[in-house]
Write a protein that binds this ligand. Sequence first.
Ligand code: ACO
Length: 388
Amino acid sequence: MTGSNGSTAVSDQPALPKPEGLEGVVAASTALSHVFGEEGKLVYRGYDIHELAGKASFEEVAYLLWMGHLPNRAELSELMQKLGQQRQLPDDVVAVIRDIPTSAHPMDALRTGVSALGASDANVFDDTPDLNEAISLTAKFPGILATFFRLRQGLEPVRPKPEHNTAQSYLYQLFGKEPEEKHWRPLEVYLTLLADHGMNASTFTARVIASTGSDLSSAITGAVGALKGPLHGGAPSKVLDMLEAIGAAENVDAWLTEALDRGDRLMGFGHRVYKAEDPRAEILRGMAREASTPEFFELSRRTEERALEMLHERKPGRRLYTNVEFYSAAVLSAVGLPGDMFTPTFATSRVVGWTAHVLEQVANNRLIRPQSEFVGEVDKKFVDIACR
Ligand code: ACO
């Protein structure tokens, strides 16, 4: 093809199929987790998520993902001890978080905090990611978030207690008081459910960065950025916004109809891989029934029912179901978290999957470097500015 100034558009590549958004492309081998999209099944290291939810602690799941098997008592106790010892943030990282404007989104604070850990004098990371770094980073996510959360309210950070588990430590550092079991238990189940999920966008991001030989903080900083988007992890606060805007069961139909007529996407529905209900949504629905107020649960349930009916009517054949984000909103609200802390809480769990994937990537690394189909022009001639 010849352009107006004599340039040509060329391709030296064979005509390969180009799945939009890499849909269906296998980008890596992993033994960590798999989403069986047709069946609506999620497996971590051989265990169906229903086997683990409510039975395994978050730390047991972390150990499972990192090490490949469930820990015995001694192994779990050693991991808990290491996490407890690693929770306190280095002073220079706290100083960086103090400089973040209080108007920033907590995901921006998290991304900055993880990046600051990579540059810290405490030398948290070296060039080769390893398990101790994965533990250190996982231990510090609650502290980064809680430090920002408190500073933006004019409160000083709280020193973590080494004896707390991850869910307890997060709530303790956020609110500065001993967390109640009715709050930390559901949070813990939530954390176990979100720890890994196949080759999702943020995990892929982490693996791409790790494949270049970069360090763990860089890989996880990138993953945090990818998770922030509403098409990935940024949806649950928007679910809360939607439910608050709907307000009452009698408004559901009108609100959803207007949103769909505008062409909006309904947050908390649809998934790239699941073509059946997300199994995590089913577990979270049960938890939301227990943890949230009857009014809020009823509003959520009614909205879900009508949204599914309308989506099935308007998008026949698309197989749109409830995803993990929909009931995350109810569960995380019931735990006491404000909407803008939902995605960061997701990250507090997913850091385990990200770091496990980075370790898996570097153990058998090959640079991830795909091709693009070139649709531009070549051989253009420079024209002096006076003549343009
Ligand atoms: N509301 C309305 N329509 C939808 C929705 C939705 N939530 N999800 C998909 N669709 C429609 C699309 O408009 C499209 O219709 P069309 O073909 O007539 O144009 C069709 O279904 C297919 O959608 P795609 O965008 O091609 O599907 P994709 O696999 O890229 O989308 C995604 C997956 C991004 C999650 C999408 O379902 C969505 O935007 N959902 C809402 C946001 C959300 O809940 N995000 C959290 C995802 S879970 C997670 O990442 C942890």
